[in-house]
Design a binder for this molecule. Sequence first.
Ligand code: PMP
Length: 428
Amino acid sequence: MQGSETLFEAAKQRIPGGVNSPVRAFKAVGGTPVFIDRAEGAYLFDVDGKRYIDYVLSWGPMLLGHANPKVLDAVRKQLDKGLSFGAPTALETELAETLCQLVPGMDQVRMVNSGTEATMSAIRLARGATGRDKIIKFEGCYHGHSDSLLIKAGSGALTFGVPSSPGVPKSLADHTVTLTYNDIEGVKQAFAEIGDQVACVIVEPVAGNMNCVPPIPGFLETLREQCDNSGALLIIDEVMTGFRLGPQGAQGYYGVTADITTLGKVMGGGMPVAAFGGRSDIMQQLAPAGPVYQAGTLSGNPLAMAAGLTMLKAVQENDFYEPLFAKTDALVKGLRERADAAGIPMTSNHVGTMFGVFFTEEKTITNYQQVMACDTDRFNKFFHGMLNEGVYLAPASYEAGFLSAAHSDQDINDTLAAAERVFKTLRT
Ligand code: PMP
C-alpha cells in the first residue's frame, strides 16, 4: 500500500482528485486507490507487487482476462505498421462486418473512441432522424458524461430533468425526461403524454451502473412497443452488456431489438474503442452519407480494430459463454450462502457474466430507490476486507462486477474463502 500512497499524493498534485475517471479515486469507499503495475489473466498486480483477483476488469472490457496472448499478438502485429493513419483501413470494415453479423438489427455501424461518444452521437442521430428533441432515460442508468445525459429526475415522474452536474445548461435538461427503471406503467404514462415529441428512449438493457439490476419481464418489450407506436427510436446502450451476455449481447438474450445500439468496452478488447450502429435508413443519415454530423481523428484506430477483431473471434468460439455463466452463478451463490451463514442480510442479482451483491433485508432489487437504500457502510467494510484479502471489487456499491474467461474455479473458491472470513467481521 505504501507505493500507492506515495503515487496518489503525487498524482493529486497534477491530476484533479489524482485520477482520470472519478470512481477510481476510492472516494465512495474511502482509503487510497491501488496503483497498478501490471495485469495478467484474472489478476492485477499493484506497484508493491501484491496480487488481486480482479472482478472489475477495467470496468468491463477484459472478458478474456488481462493481457490475453492472442489480443496482445494481434496488437503487436499491427503496431509495426504504424499507430494511426487518419485514412480508411480494411480492418475497420472487417470489424464493422463482424459487429453487423453479431448484433441484432445492426445493418451499419460507426466506430468511435468511448462509450460517451457512442451514446452522445446516437442521440444526435435519433434527434436528427426524427426531427424531435426530447429524450427519455432512466434513473440509475449511466450512458457516459455528455450534457444531455448528465440529467437526473425532476421532482415528479413526468417533470423534465434537472442537471446532475454544474456546467450542464438547464435549457438542455428541459429536453431530457428521466423515468424509473423497470416501471412499465410510468413508461406508458409518459408516452401517453409526450410520445409524439420523443426522439428516443435510451436504456441499459441490464443496468450495470446502479450495481446490477436486470430488466423485469415486459420492461424492454414495453419500450419497444411504445417506441413503435410513437415513432420514437429505441437506443439500447450495450456499452456494458455487449458480448457480456452472449455473442448477441442483451438483445439476443432478451429478444428485443434496438433501432440504434451503442457498444464499447468488450468490443475493443481493452483499447479505447466504441461504436454505434443500427438500421441502415437511420445510419444513412450520418455524415458524409447524410446531414447529421459526427467525426473523430482517431476513430477506427488500427490497433483498436485489431484488438477488437481478436476479442470478437474468441467470443464466437463454441462453448465460450457457458462455463463463464456457470462460474458467475457459482460465485454469486457461494457469496449468498456465506453471507447467510454469517447472518449478514444480503441479496444479489446476476445475468450472464455480470453480478452484484446488495447488503439489504430486501429479497429482490429492481430499481434505483432500492439500490440507494442498501447499507453502504457495510459494503465499504466488505470492499476493504476483500481488498485486504487480495480480491479487487469495484470501489463503490453502485457498480456491477464482472467475470472473465481467465477466472479459474480456484479463483472463485479463493474469493469465497476470503468472503467467508470477511463476512464474519461485518456482524457489528
Ligand atoms: N454506457 C454505459 C452503459 C456504460 O456503462 C458506460 C461506462 N461505464 C458508458 C456508456 C460510457 O462509456 P465510456 O466510459 O467509455 O465513455
